[in-house]
Design a protein around this ligand. Structure first.
Ligand SMILES: Cc1cc2nc3c(=O)[nH]c(=O)nc-3n(C[C@H](O)[C@H](O)[C@H](O)COP(=O)(O)O)c2cc1C
Length: 259
């Protein structure tokens, strides 16, 4: 009887060991692949706001990489000064830097609930005939349930928003999760991010905004998701403002004589 029990325990233990070796090996073997997929997903979203891909159109890995590399130039900038740095955009991991106390600092209290600001941030530029057509900036901040990560695309003269997209969030599907809805995202192009003094003014309101021409600073709220909507406003104000890309945008305008 006792031998049977020992046999059962021994067998269960052996199964556990074999399974854990299998799971651990799979995790190690797939790590590179996961990282590759993460970068691919980010690139796909940047292509979307650069108008180099259609929403919902699946693109092969090679196509994503080729379009990204042929059309977009990436850089890493120093947020405090707005200067371009020597860091390699291909290897710079902004999210890892944000968690690293040596490469980030605590953010002042802010409505977007951004807790740490990395020293450096990625930017992407769509350049044609030596002129920036679109400037694409990574943004993140808190919605209702989660930190939402995305990109905002501005026209080269910063006068209009070209697009917005999110690549990660934990908002409720059908409510806050509608930030992913292409119909809602289509309401953004043509709106204005900044007022005449370059202060961020764009706002996701509760209810419906007017047409782009007469109501340029406002975007329709997400139905039943006022808190996520407010989160989108807050994160844009944070990253387009002085604590975020403000110094870079000041420099960018000065270099181009944009007043
Ligand atoms: C299960 C559940 C999930 C919800 N998810 C969200 C959400 O993702 N984003 C959001 O803003 N509100 C969400 N809400 C609603 C909020 O609690 C709140 O009522 C809402 O933001 C108010 O927006 P409204 O004034 O447009 O109705 C959720 C509510 C429930 C019960």
């Amino acid at each position: 009887m006792q031998t049977d029990a020992l046999k059962t325990i021994g067998f269960a233990a052996a199964v556990c060991v074999v399974c854990s070796i299998f799971v651990a090996s799979a995790a190690v073997a797939l790590k590179d692949r996961q990282e590759e997929n993460r970068v691919l997903d980010l690139r796909s979203k940047v292509l979307l706001v650069a108008d180099l891909a259609e929403p919902g159109q699946p693109l092969a890995r090679e196509v994503v990489n080729e379009r990204f590399e042929e059309n977009l130039s990436s850089a890493v900038i120093e947020l405090e000064t707005g200067e371009r740095s020597d860091l390699d955009p291909l290897t710079y991991d902004q999210r890892a830097a944000t968690q690293d106390p040596d490469r980030s600092e605590a953010a002042p209290a802010n409505p977007a609930k951004v807790s740490r600001i990395p020293d450096h941030a990625l930017i992407y530029e769509l350049v044609e005939n030596d002129e920036v057509q679109r400037l694409i900036l990574p943004v993140h901040g808190y919605g209702l349930w989660s930190t939402m990560y995305g990109f905002i695309a501005l026209s080269g003269d910063l006068q209009r928003i070209e697009g917005i997209t999110f690549y990660e969030h934990g908002e409720t599907a059908g409510l806050g999760g509608e930030v992913d809805n292409p119909r809602w995202q289509a309401l953004w192009p043509g709106r204005q991010a900044f007022d005449d003094s370059w202060v961020p003014q764009i706002e996701v309101i509760k209810g419906n905004a007017g047409p782009v021409e007469s109501d340029p600073y406002r975007v329709d709220g997400l139905a039943g998701a006022t808190l996520t909507s407010r989160g989108v406003t807050n994160l844009l104000h944070f990253w387009l403002g002085e604590e975020g890309f403000g110094p870079f945008l000041d420099r960018y305008r000065a270099e181009r004589g944009i007043t």
